[in-house]
Design a protein around this ligand. Structure first.
Ligand code: NAD
Length: 490
């Protein structure tokens, strides 16, 4: 069994259970594909019920073990800081693994990996700040107080689009607080999480504190979310999968934290610098080939500048370079999943048949060098309306619909007319108008004259079908700890 994921090409990667790489009980391995070439490049193990049970038992044992339970808060914080250093030392390797797995731009993955250590360091600081409170209860001969404890074993299920970045926001505080975890990474991007497991071992975490069970949703995901030994689930992924996981977890009365899909509105008022707003809209929706949960895929533009805005948006979109994710000049790489190509083509055709105008894009790029990869041109569907099918469903690709509006009232009712509530953006010079938007929009995040700017220091999460629970900031300490009430008579 490989003990390192350094050179993956053609290799088989095991599960990471109880501090070591191990073969799956079923002996089953699955191919992982490179989206830029469409070629298989390594195999990952598929964990079944038995493997997941081994991982959960190991995490439970580690949770109660003196090595972890009796470690001082300061020492736990030091371990998380040591992990931050190791992530920094290995940033380039981790970035390469993610780019090969999910097709996102190497420079973006590099930026994410270089930012991760700061995030680990921030959450490491929570290790010695988990404190309870004393409660006045009208009894002078009683002391009534709450202590806060770690929750226990946390099951984490991650998507492929930014595996380590999305994992860190919950893994780092969970470890700092003293929980143990079982992680199931996406079957479309497994390598970087297994590489992180190696760093966790090197940092000196006791065996079993972190376990990684790879495999698809139907086998490994189901095994993990039906397991009675998990105290809380953290899920990042699509809304449909979130519903399924919450259903499974409910049978064991296990709570969940859900970061789900989005169909975020991006609003442009007539008083803006059009070029600046166009750049904001382009980066807000086309970054990572539209494969971000916060993609501002519904763009509402004030009617008086609508024509000029659409022309500028189309011109800017035509200048986007679609290409190999490891090349410097590339703005947009391939889609991570082959099935996404057909899905996007279907939605664009449906949008056109429902009356939208394909102003640019809408197909696979023509260059021979891109023929093998899963590339799709950035697409603007102008003259759209909010009830068209592509404006309702999350496409998770580089497609934006543009709709004119005549009044704030009309705009806010369209912007809120969606099942989702993850993020939103507004471009205007008028602060009153921006704040009216911020107070009336049903979304967990509001960006004013910017988009996609996120920080691990602030709590964030979705409204409506975009999920529940908060990540980031100090809220996260309550999410992964519990109060225990103690009463002393004296
Ligand atoms: P997905 O829902 O298909 O898969 C996510 C994870 O769930 C994967 O690990 C998958 O194997 C697992 N899974 C699938 N079926 C399962 C089951 N029955 N039981 C347990 N686990 C199961 O999502 P994806 O395609 O990997 O990611 C894209 C989606 O994630 C988009 O909808 C995007 O908006 C969302 N997302 C949300 C956020 C956020 O912070 N809100 C961030 C990133 C991505």
């Amino acid at each position: 069994m490989k003990t390192t994921v350094d050179s993956l090409e053609g290799n088989r990667l095991g599960l990471f259970i109880d501090g070591q790489y191990t073969a799956p009980g079923s002996g089953r391995y699955v191919e992982s594909f490179d989206p830029a070439t469409g070629q298989a490049w390594y195999q990952f193990a598929e964990a079944d019920d038995g493997d997941v049970d081994r991982a959960v038992r190991s995490a439970r044992q580690a949770f109660h073990s003196p090595a972890w339970r009796r470690m001082t808060q300061t020492d736990r914080g030091k371990l998380v800081r040591r992990l931050a250093e190791l992530v920094l030392e290995n940033a380039e390797r981790l970035a390469l693994l993610e780019t090969r797995d999910n097709g996102k731009l190497l420079r973006e993955m590099r930026a994410q990996m270089r930012a991760l250590p700061d995030s680990y360091t921030y959450f490491a600081g929570m290790a010695d700040k988990l404190q309870g409170d004393t409660i006045p209860v009208n009894k002078l001969d009683q002391l009534n107080f709450n202590i806060r404890e770690p929750l226990g074993v946390i099951g984490m299920i991650t998507p492929w689009n930014s595996p380590l970045m999305l994992l860190t926001g919950t893994l780092a505080p969970c470890l700092a607080i003293g929980n143990t975890v079982v992680i199931k990474p996406s079957e479309h991007a497994t390598a970087s999480t297994l590489a992180l497991a190696e760093l966790i071992m090197l940092a000196g975490f006791p065996a079993g504190v972190v376990n990684v069970v790879s495999g698809g949703g139907a086998v490994t995901g189901e095994a993990l979310t039906r397991h009675p030994g998990i105290d809380k689930y953290v899920f990042t992924g699509s809304t449909d999968t979130g519903r399924r996981i919450a259903g499974n977890a409910a049978n064991n009365l296990a709570p969940c934290q859900m970061e789900l899909g989005g169909k975020s509105p991006h609003v442009v008022f007539a008083d803006v610098d059009i070029e600046k707003a166009v750049n904001g809209v382009v980066s807000g929706v086309f970054a990572a080939a539209g494969q971000t949960c916060v993609a501002g895929s519904r763009c509402f533009v004030e009617a008086s500048i609508y024509q000029r805005f659409v022309e500028a948006l189309v011109a800017r979109t035509q200048r986007i370079t679609v290409g190999h994710p490891m090349e410097e000049g590339t703005d947009i790489g391939p889609l991570a999943l082959q099935a996404q190509l057909q899905k996007l083509q279907h939605y664009v055709a449906l949008g056109a048949s429902q009356g939208a105008r394909v102003a640019v894009g809408g197909r696979r790029p023509s260059g021979a060098d891109l023929a093998q990869g899963w590339y799709f041109e950035p697409t603007v569907l102008a003259d759209a309306s909010n009830d068209m099918t592509f404006m309702r469903d999350e496409l998770f690709g580089p497609v934006v619909g543009v709709v004119p509006f005549s009044s704030e009232e009309e705009m806010i009712s369209m912007a809120n007319d969606t099942a989702y509530g993850l993020a939103s953006g507004v471009w205007t010079q008028n602060i009153d108008r921006a704040m009216r938007f911020a107070s009336r929009i049903d979304a967990g995040t509001v960006w004013i004259n910017t988009y996609r700017s996120a920080a691990y220091m602030s709590a964030n999460g979705g409204f409506k079908d975009s999920g529940y629970g908060r990540r980031g900031g100090f809220d996260v300490m309550r999410e992964f700890s519990r109060a225990k009430n103690i009463v002393i008579d004296y």
